[in-house]
Design a protein around this ligand. Structure first.
Ligand code: FES
Length: 181
């Protein structure tokens, strides 16, 4: 049986490989649409990278290469920008980015217990992404809500005065799709 993969590739025997190729082609097409949708002027470099970040949750190397070619900017300069701006990431992130605060107030109120709970629940450590791409975990310094310590932030949503049980309940809700748009 032959099926049509994303990107228009016709899949035969090696279906999984073919579908993967189709997905890659589709992503490459989307990436080109974002990048070449901007005029080739260097002042658009940051806006393009922000759009790419929004679409993929990180800025892949292929995108940086395309931007470099389109805007005639050295790749090294784009890397510099991508590492300078906190809103951009060169590493893939999960659909939900969990930031656990380990500033002084949170640390005193056992933020590490919450971090351990998250590590157990998700089976990843800080800086990692779950294999299904749903969550990534980061530790950060004070997020400005010390009165609510210990605090975690998921895609901009604050959760305070956390206990391990709260943490389990919150993660379950995200897994169950309650926060999908
Ligand atoms: S130390 Fe965690 S919110 Fe301030």
């Amino acid at each position: 049986m032959r099926t049509m993969a994303a990107g228009g590739a016709v899949c035969g025997a090696a279906k999984a490989l073919c579908e993967l190729r189709g997905k890659y082609m589709e992503e490459e097409k989307q990436m080109k649409e974002i990048i070449f949708g901007y005029p080739p002027e260097t002042r658009h470099s940051l806006a393009i990278m922000q759009d790419i970040q929004r679409q993929y949750n990180y800025v892949p190397r292929e995108a940086l290469e395309m931007i470099s070619g389109h805007l005639s900017i050295p790749l090294s300069k784009l890397y510099g920008m991508a590492t300078f701006y906190k809103a951009l990431s060169l590493k893939p992130k999960g659909k939900y980015v969990i930031k656990i605060c380990d500033g002084t107030a949170c640390h005193i109120r056992s933020s590490l217990v919450i971090l351990n709970e998250l590590e157990k629940l998700l089976d990843i450590g800080p800086g990692d992404v779950t294999p299904d791409g749903l969550f990534s975990l980061e530790t950060v310094n004070c997020v400005g809500a010390c009165a609510l310590a210990p605090v975690m932030v998921i895609n901009g949503e604050y959760y305070g005065k956390l206990t391990p049980q709260d943490t389990r309940d919150i993660i379950e809700k995200y897994k169950g799709g309650e926060h999908d748009e």
